[in-house]
Ligand binder design. Structure first.
Ligand code: MRU
Length: 367
């Protein structure tokens, strides 16, 4: 996607053909800064501190983390240690574990001296496949938006509500939940996005609004609690969110607050779609209650980061000194509240039958 007329992915291999470069998402929207990762430890830190974030991008970054680890030491022991380190940085997004398995399964049978080069090839394939999947998600989801536009009639805009950031910044490119929006917008549909600010880290206000603005998509930031009210007012035509993990029976873990939006959508008979590539499906789990939920530091709730009038980016305290805070980063939306899943293979019911119909051949290497 474009920022200021320049095409970017969120992650790429540097000119030295070994280091890995990322858009540092902790600096957005105030600055577009590129960070260079040269080691396994750099990569683990980038995932934990959310310089890279969003389930598919976490997976891609982890794959490159293994490449950097194998350059230094390609033994089985080093491979296992790198997988353990990377996997524990963000426990909810299953794409992380999926990408690690893709690389590990491919390199383990090889002689150590061949492993690093093979890992770079697999990581690049993961990235390209992510972009292709998101393009297909955009086409399938774009048709849903187009249908609503046709029902509303000429001149009416389609209002989409989204939560967190499941746009191109959360993936290698194009995004999952926002891919249908880009597809519809680029195809001439009048589309407008309600952007949940997404406390505590404000991925909506900082990232989703940034990327929609860079692409020229009309949007409005709202506080996280406004969605239900806007739905009651008839101002939301559909919700589209991403996912960090979808169980084999269609329960969806996504950014904290997603569940409340799904409840409000159900109460107002508004379709609630979840966009996800196959790498987000955890076939081994059935019940959403079994999904591990990441708990992050209380400081994310007790402080807020922003730019002062003078241009300095600062973090300030917003709570009564000494008050504790609890920071569950994700929640689970039960399948019954999900109108449908939008995958790269098409749109399906959020159920084991729905998923199995689209993925009868699910790769054996999927976890
Ligand atoms: O904590 P984050 O910012 O990594 O959470 C991101 C989300 O919850 C996204 O909605 C999800 O990863 C889908 S990304 C296409």
């Amino acid at each position: 996607m474009n920022i200021g007329g320049r095409a970017y992915r969120t992650i790429w291999v540097g000119d030295d053909t070994q280091s890995v470069e990322i858009i540092d998402q902790t600096r957005l929207p105030h600055e577009v800064a590129v960070a260079r990762l040269t080691s396994l430890e750099d990569t683990a830190r980038a995932i934990l501190t959310m310089q890279v974030r969003g389930a598919p991008l976490i997976g891609a970054a982890a794959a490159y983390g293994l490449c950097l680890a194998l350059r230094r030491d390609a033994s089985d022991a080093a491979l296992d240690a790198a997988i353990t380190l990377l996997a524990r940085q963000r426990p909810t997004a299953v794409n992380l574990r999926w990408a690690l398995s893709q690389v590990a399964d491919a390199v383990r049978p090889l002689a150590p001296q061949a492993r690093a080069a093979a890992a770079y090839r697999i990581a690049a394939e993961i990235c390209d496949a992510d972009v292709a999947a998101n393009r297909a998600i955009g086409e399938h989801g774009g048709r849903l938006i187009r249908d609503i536009a046709a029902r509303k009639g000429a001149g009416a805009r389609v209002n989409v509500l989204t939560h967190c950031n499941a746009g191109w910044l959360a993936t290698v490119d194009r995004g999952t939940a926002l891919a249908p929006v880009y597809e519809a917008h680029d195809g001439g549909i009048a589309v407008h996005v309600w952007v949940d600010e997404t406390r505590p880290r404000n991925q909506g206000a900082a990232l989703t609004a940034f990327e929609l603005g860079a692409h020229g998509v009309p949007h409005t930031i709202i506080v996280d609690n406004a969605g239900g009210h806007l739905m009651q007012q008839g101002l939301v035509d559909l919700c589209v969110v991403g996912a960090d993990r979808v169980t084999g029976s269609g329960d969806v873990a996504n950014k904290i607050g997603t569940y409340l939006k799904a409840l409000a959508a159900a109460d107002n008979s508004i379709p609630f779609y979840v966009a996800c590539p196959h790498s987000t499906i955890d076939w081994a789990l059935s019940a959403g209650s079994a999904i591990p939920i990441e708990e992050r530091g209380a400081e994310e709730i007790l402080t807020i980061r922003g730019r002062t009038g003078e241009g300095a980016v600062v973090s300030i305290a917003i709570a009564a000194p000494g008050s504790p805070a609890r920071n569950d980063a994700f929640d689970v939306t039960p399948a019954r509240l999900v109108t449908a899943l939008i995958t790269e293979r098409g749109v399906c019911a959020a159920s084991r039958d729905g998923l199995t119909a689209l993925y009868p051949d699910r790769p054996q290497s999927d976890p």
